[in-house]
Design a protein around this ligand. Structure first.
Ligand SMILES: [Mg+2]
Length: 309
């Protein structure tokens, strides 16, 4: 399982005096010589898993490859600066495909003022693979970590959840502007972006912070896509199930003190809805609170890469 391997990395990668945050968060934070902090993240997307060449417009694929990385920088409260783009192209049609990918990728880079600083271009007898490394900056000691949640904190989310597989995952809007506003104007204890599923990613914050979370199920913002997917699949999974477990929403989960949550939810400063969905508790694990006020264990669910031994 991917989670086991991630724990193995966390336990086995050596610490380094330059590493403020190492493997196991949304991005690494690296101390530079003059005290500034570099935030670095990388994400690899594969044809057949994260998109389908031929079925999806290549410009949207190029956008997604950069956007998912910017989402990880946003989850650290970092300002994006530059990106490196590595392509492993199929041996036939690779040149045209590259130019189409870059249409979307460069438009998104321009939108967020990100320099495309280079990369690597290979080909092989397999399908398209894109790996983007995004670099950002953050003031010393200001990066948002997964590990800063405290019992009593409130859990806020941007946007709505579920059903992104209907197409929204290709047009992901990284919450960069929102994160930069919050980094300047709000007290954020912990954060993560939702790439693998709201409940699974929230459980990662809990694990890193050695705490638990109680979710008010009635307050989870459900995307119209989740409603549509539940209707179309008709397999017993409700829109709420999709909102809790579907991946690639690329929204932010923000853990803030209760008074700050109240202020932000009333203020709605972001242009995208900010919703309180639950509370951090010192009882480990995820819990759901129904309309009757009863708490029940909630199994974290979401996308995990299958890695077999
Ligand atoms: Mg992330």
């Amino acid at each position: 399982m991917e989670n086991d391997l991630l724990r193995w990395f966390a336990a086995n990668l050596p610490s380094h005096e330059r590493l403020v945050v190492g493997a196991g968060d949304d991005a690494a934070v690296i101390r530079l010589a003059d005290g500034q902090q570099l935030v670095a993240t990388t994400d690899m997307l594969m044809d057949g898993v994260d998109f389908r060449v031929g079925e999806h417009d290549a410009a949207r694929i190029g956008h997604k490859a950069l956007a998912v990385n910017l989402s990880d920088l946003a989850a650290m409260g970092a300002r994006p600066v530059a990106a490196l783009v590595s392509l492993c192209l199929p041996q036939v049609g690779g040149e045209l495909l590259t130019k189409q990918l870059y249409q979307g990728l460069l438009a998104t880079a321009a939108k967020y003022d990100v320099a495309i600083a280079g990369g690597d271009t290979n080909s092989w007898p397999g399908p398209l693979v894109i790996s983007v490394t995004a670099l950002g900056e953050v003031a010393p000691q200001r990066a948002w970590r997964r590990s800063g949640a405290q019992a009593g904190d409130r859990i806020l989310v941007t946007g709505r959840f579920g059903g992104s597989i209907l197409g929204r995952h290709l047009d992901a809007v990284p919450r960069v502007t929102e994160a930069l506003w919050l980094a300047e104007h709000a007290d954020v204890h912990a954060a993560i972006d939702v790439s693998d599923g709201l409940s699974l990613d929230l459980s990662r914050v809990c694990e890193a912070s050695r705490c638990g979370a109680v979710l008010d199920l009635g307050s989870i913002p459900i995307s119209p896509d989740a409603e549509q997917l539940a209707r179309e699949r008709n397999d017993g999974a409700t829109p709420l199930d999709h909102a809790l477990a579907d991946g690639e929403d690329f929204e932010l989960v923000l853990v803030v003190p209760p008074s700050e949550a109240e202020r932000l939810v009333a203020l709605q400063p972001l242009g995208v809805p900010l919703t309180a969905i639950g509370t951090i508790s010192d009882q480990p694990g995820l819990w759901s609170r129904g309309s009757d006020g009863k708490e029940q264990p909630l199994a974290p669910r979401g996308w995990e890469h299958r890695i077999e031994s």
